[in-house]
Design a protein around this ligand. Structure first.
Ligand SMILES: Cc1cc2nc3c(=O)[nH]c(=O)nc-3n(C[C@H](O)[C@H](O)[C@H](O)COP(=O)(O)OP(=O)(O)OC[C@H]3O[C@@H](n4cnc5c(N)ncnc54)[C@H](O)[C@@H]3O)c2cc1C
Length: 578
């Protein structure tokens, strides 16, 4: 270990992997598989392999594995679900690699997925799919995948910096990517990690909403870091609300998801009048419609006064019978019993919950970004899902692109040196990080976070309009100003108030990108519904909203036409037209 000019420890590695969810661990595994001699350092804000959302995956993993299914059908469903905003090459890569990754998870990583009596993989139905293709381990698929990936990490012996957060990307004086500043959360001490290749896989963020499902350590750190470094991001207005989040008052369980497989298995949604309201919104697919449609339908029922007293609608699968529910949805059942409800015997109150960010850093199919040496994989990237992610395509994305990032990183290491970071960048990053801790007086962060969450829910939620979005912009400006005076108080060691202040800064950055992109898109598409522009407008808006950091540090918005490389918006394959 060396020391930087700023007198903090300097670590060196070949490949730095930021994040230890599905994308991060698959990446580490694939670097080692390509070249076991390479040194990999995993930096993880939470416990390695036990933080982030991949371990929370309940329903499963989409892959076209049946002889009656095809990657073409999976691709078409993904584009239909994404309202044709998808980067078609990323979506194609996702569906094409998914069967191979399932095979790898089973045969090399050691995952056990549910099987049918004849020994084949049990493929279950999910919303928006033309064929049942969701591979699963009961309703705990993520625990199986992450548990076995974690076992593989023990075998690899990669350096693990657990409970360390990545702060900022670093460059040398000529602009070469050189490393990243880190903070050890337990000791409060900083370090610099120099790396030939950096892979950002911090899992995006949907935590800046009052009702939200993701793991709390996901606060948009990777996306904000990439934005500060000047990368382009796309589809930031596309924030998915899962239709069935639990309502449990002020309990931490509020927002926790009741998985999509329940709707796939035949659960009904009712309003407080006992109407099966999906008959009005999607009479063909009903509850098995895509998430954007079901979430908006529930939201409409609630705001138009047909919701429950606690502000929800009712999800009922009791007609399946208690034994069957216990067998197939044991974890969901336990979850409802924790809040005094019972999925096995009656309806449970649910609400849309902020769940997944389709937007993120622009990458290509090998996870390259426009910065040499910097790769992005998983939920931090944008484009694969377009305007709405299909259930089951999230963990497919993180593992498929995590694996690809690993292969790309291993190939890239030999082309890159270790560069000496510009000391001014190191100092600026550390000054920003330590400012809340050093300030003696100022607001505490928690109340500001609450205001951010309430504001995003009201102004940039399931239904948006210009007036609300402008109010959201004003609120974010106010909160950004107040955040610059936060005094965290207390010691540097494991200081929750300080960590909250750092989270909040990144959440505010991502929220700003979301609001600005939502203002720009004057139409409704997928998860982005504007009541003042309620119709999808392919004529004007078959384009991605692209945002990057302007010269003054604020978001600069542009648009880029969607390239229909494989499928036209009428679902016809372009090759067949030629
Ligand atoms: C409740 C729930 C259920 C879901 N169910 C499904 C499902 O059934 N099927 C499906 O396909 N998808 C599902 N998803 C979506 C799926 O979980 C995600 O698409 C995917 O797992 C994201 O993987 P990732 O590797 O990008 O990020 P994650 O798995 O979220 O990992 C992020 C990692 O980054 C780390 N990190 C964050 N910030 C920093 C920082 N500053 N420095 C260092 N490390 C950092 C975290 O500690 C964590 O290790 C679900 C999501 C939720 C929330």
């Amino acid at each position: 270990m060396r020391r930087a000019e700023t007198d903090i420890p300097v670590l060196e590695t070949d490949v730095a992997v930021i994040g230890s969810g599905g994308a991060g661990l698959m990446c580490a595994l694939h670097v080692a598989a390509a070249d076991p001699a390479l040194e990999v350092t995993i930096v993880s804000k939470g416990a390695v392999g036990r933080s982030g959302c991949t371990r929370m995956v309940q329903g499963g993993f989409n892959a076209a594995l049946s002889e009656l299914d095809s990657v073409e059908a999976h691709f078409r469903d993904t584009l239909e679900g994404g309202h044709y905003l998808n980067d078609q090459e990323l979506a194609w890569t996702l569906v094409n690699d998914a069967p191979r990754v399932i095979h790898e998870l089973e045969t090399q990583v050691g995952c056990l997925f549910d099987r049918t009596a004849d020994g084949g993989l049990d493929l279950k139905p999910f919303g928006g799919q033309s064929f049942d293709r969701t591979v699963h381990r009961a309703d705990q698929t993520g625990l199986e995948i992450m548990g076995r990936l974690r076992d593989q990490m023990l075998r690899l012996g990669a350096r693990e910096l657990e409970d360390w957060r990545a702060l900022d990307l670093l460059f040398d004086r000529h602009g070469e990517l050189s490393g990243v500043t880190l903070l050890d959360i337990r000791s409060g001490r900083a370090a610099v990690l120099l790396a030939r290749v950096i892979v950002v896989a911090t899992g995006g963020s949907a935590t800046m909403y009052r009702i939200a499902a993701p793991a709390r350590e996901k606060t948009g750190d990777g996306v904000a870091m990439c934005f500060r470094a000047g990368l382009e991001l796309r589809d930031m207005e596309m924030l998915q609300f899962h239709p069935t989040g639990i309502i449990a008052g002020s309990s931490r369980l509020t927002g926790a998801v009741l998985e999509e497989g329940l709707r796939g298995a035949g659960a009904f949604l009712y309003n407080s009048l006992g109407e099966r309201f999906m008959e009005r919104y999607d009479p063909v697919r009903l509850e098995r419609s895509t998430r954007d449609v079901v979430a908006r339908a529930s939201y409409t029922e609630i705001v138009e006064g047909r919701g429950t007293e606690a502000g929800g609608v009712l999800l009922d699968i009791s007609h399946l019978g208690a034994a069957e529910i216990e067998r197939r949805f044991g974890q969901m059942l336990a979850r409802t019993r924790l809040i005094g409800a019972d999925l096995a015997t009656g309806p449970v109150e649910v609400s849309p919950t902020a769940h997944f960010h389709m937007g993120g850093v622009i990458i290509d199919r090998d996870c390259f970004t426009s910065i040499d040496g910097l790769l992005v994989a998983g939920e931090d990237s944008g484009g694969a899902h377009g305007a709405n992610r299909l259930g089951g395509n999230g963990v497919a994305e993180s593992t498929v692109f995590g694996a690809r990032a690993g292969e790309t990183a291993a190939a890239l290491v030999g082309e890159r040196a270790l560069y000496h970071p510009d000391p001014e960048l190191v100092s600026a990053s550390l000054a920003r990080t330590y400012a809340p801790l050093r300030r003696e007086r100022g607001p505490a962060p928690f109340a500001l976070t609450d205001r951010l969450k309430d504001g995003m829910w009201s102004y940039c939620g399931v239904v948006r309009d210009q007036q609300g979005l402008l109010a959201g912009r004003a609120l974010l400006e106010e909160l950004t100003e107040e955040t610059s005076f936060i005094a965290a108080g207390g010691p540097p060691e494991a200081n929750p108030s300080w960590q909250e202040a750092l989270d909040l800064e990144n959440q505010l950055t991502v929220a700003r990108l979301l609001v600005e992109s939502a203002l720009a898109r004057e139409e409704s598409r997928g998860a982005h519904y504007r009541s003042d522009f309620p119709v999808r407008d392919d004529e004007r808006w078959l384009q991605a909203v692209v945002v990057r950091r302007g010269d003054d540090g604020s978001p600069s918005i542009g648009t880029r036409p969607v390239e229909l490389t494989r499928l036209a918006t009428d679902g016809e394959a372009l090759a067949s037209r030629a």
